[in-house]
Design a protein around this ligand. Sequence first.
Ligand SMILES: [Fe+2]
Length: 130
Amino acid sequence: MPLSNHIQSADWKAEKHVPVIECADVVKANEWFEVKVSVGKEIPHPNTTEHHIKWIKLFFMPEGEKFIYDVATFEFNVHGESVAGANQGSVWTHSAAVTWMKVTKPGTLYALAYCNIHGLWESSKQIKVE
Ligand SMILES: [Fe+2]
């Protein structure tokens, strides 16, 4: 069975695991634009030691090209774990990150998120270039 069979998708407004991609719908060719990816925008994900988002990856598939680009990987590495000398954890990372990118062609952004309990989740957003 291909890996893609294990990647879930849904409406992010109704399912807390679906990564949300926020950026302009239309960007200028070869000019930096901001992209925010997050899990839990509408319905918060717990993000506890036992249950959290480990990472979100961002890809871009330019129209008319054959292969996808790996744009960024965001790891969320602390989830309230106890460390030596502390009875309970005191640091957490939220499952959200921002980067900047530029493109010369329109295409589709893809986000892939991993929950340590509920597996892989994807979403996409098309962008136009002017
Ligand atoms: Fe989860």
